[in-house]
Design a protein. Structure first.
Length: 469
């Protein structure tokens, strides 16, 4: 018998009120008894959570940091649909968690103004991107949580971006901000006064609402996530298009760290396939797990794309296409991104990109960047629909699943540098609710993650640096 303590600071279950308490449970309770090809032990079998939120291995614990409907420090309510999230150090043991809320324009009762938008007078409309014809800011945007990692305590939380729609994922920047991406290309009309499909920047140290300014040079498309190479300042972006395969983009800013000053948008292609090719291995298999390809970058024009055809024009110009590009994160000199429905079995792929030593400069023609098919799942029981991901301080990938399936349970998976998969957690709070927003505290002690619906943020602690490979 092994023991584990979980302190539940607040409930995520509607209509219930859990008191802070400790729990004792068998490490074998609810544990998987089968193992599968390409699967390793990791942290061991999962322990069933008596509070019905998140199953974890023995020795791990979670705290509910924030949940939908709570009153925030600014008097507004925590919105629903917690999605992508970034962790940014503020000094000492404090961090800022900037969290997306993937609310549609008609999610009127789920936004920061609460039921029937009764708190709307508290929202500064002058800072909102889009104020609808009904006089209210669109409910999508971000909230910022200030958290003390050493004390494992939430200090404050407030609305930091509003008036946007379907804010899916994004990425942190080396200069201390979060790029919040709209996975939505609705045009102005009806209740919308502006076109959507942009990236917005949210400084982590902002004390309240930031001025919502779309970074239009970064393109208008169904943005999913972004990451920044700290060496070059180049921004890389994924596209989660439901209308067909998307592209993989990079943005070369005119001024490092000043994205509002514009730049050049490009899409990735393969040197050996100048006419463009699908990377999904569906219909035509072009590579196997572990294979590398040298890349080229194709200039894009008309990036504000009023006809929402940027991916189509890019593919016609020779860009490679990807099966629903989603989470992306920069590690040690390389980045990883997921393709949720990639692979012959459509259970998902992970790509690894290593930039050129002369990335974005003329010299990259001689020493181009390289893309690898790092992981391709053939078994949904091991890895299925990887979405948001982060690179752990010790080099493993931490991947959130987003699958509406017969199993009805999404997991957090770990992936070793050798491409072996292990299970870290299982969402038991709500059937088929995705896990999202995985990010580590700077010291590697705490993994923050969201349960998307209705919207819960958790802080997970434990023996992170000792998985069994």
């Amino acid at each position: 018998m092994m023991t584990s303590r979980r302190t539940v600071l607040s409930t995520a279950a509607a209509g219930l009120a859990f008191l802070g308490c400790a729990r004792l449970a068998s490490a074998q309770t609810g544990a998987a008894t089968e193992t599968y090809a390409n699967e390793v032990a990791g942290y061991g079998p999962l322990v069933a959570d008596p509070y019905g939120i998140l199953d974890l291995p023995a020795g791990f614990a979670y705290r509910v940091v924030s949940r939908f409907g709570e009153t925030m420090s600014d008097g507004l309510e925590v919105p629903y649909k917690a999605d992508g999230m970034g962790c940014i150090p503020l000094g000492g043991s404090r961090v800022a968690l900037v969290r997306n809320h993937e609310l549609k324009s008609n999610d009127l009762n789920y936004g920061p103004a609460g039921l029937a938008r009764r708190l709307a007078p508290r929202v500064d409309l002058s800072r909102a991107y889009d104020v609808g014809a009904d006089g209210h800011a669109l409910p999508g945007g971000t909230t910022t949580l200030i958290y003390d990692v050493a004390r494992q305590k939430l200090i404050s939380q407030h609305l930091s971006l509003t008036g946007t729609a379907v804010n899916c994922a994004g990425g942190v920047t080396p200069w201390g901000s979060w790029l919040s991406c709209e996975e939505n290309t609705q045009k102005a009309g009806g209740n919308l006064s502006k076109d959507h499909g942009w990236v917005f920047e949210v400084p982590a140290r902002s004390k309240g609402l930031v001025q919502a300014v779309p970074l239009k040079a970064m393109g208008r498309f169904q943005h999913e996530a972004a990451c920044v190479d700290p060496r070059t300042g180049v921004v890389y972006m994924t596209e989660d298009s439901f209308a067909g395969p998307g592209l993989f983009y990079r943005f070369l800013p005119n001024a490092r760290g000043e994205l509002h000053m514009g730049g050049k948008l490009q899409a990735l292609g393969f040197r050996d396939a100048p006419g463009g090719v699908s990377t999904a291995n569906q219909g035509q298999v072009i590579w196997s797990q572990g294979d590398w390809k040298q890349v080229v970058w194709i200039d894009l024009d008309g990036v504000e794309s009023p006809d929402d055809d940027l991916r189509l024009r890019g593919a016609k110009a020779g860009a490679a296409t990807f099966a629903r590009g989603e989470g992306i994160h920069f590690g040690a000199g390389e980045m990883y991104f997921t393709c949720t429905s990639g692979g012959p079995a459509k259970h998902g792929q992970i790509m690894r990109y290593v930039p050129s030593a002369s990335e974005g400069q003329a010299g990259e023609r001689d020493t181009p960047g390289r893309l690898q098919l790092f992981l391709e799942s053939a078994d949904e029981k091991v890895f299925d629909y990887g979405d948001n991901l982060t690179v752990a301080p010790w080099g493993h990938l931490i991947v959130c699943e987003d699958r509406y399936s017969n199993t009805k349970r999404n997991h957090i998976r770990g992936v070793t540098p050798e491409g072996k998969v292990y299970t870290i957690a299982r969402n038991v709070f709500r059937e088929n609710a995705e896990l999202a927003g995985a990010c580590f505290s700077p010291d590697g002690s705490t993994l923050f993650v969201n349960i998307y619906w209705p919207g819960i943020t958790l802080a997970i602690t434990g023996p992170w640096r000792s998985p069994q490979g």
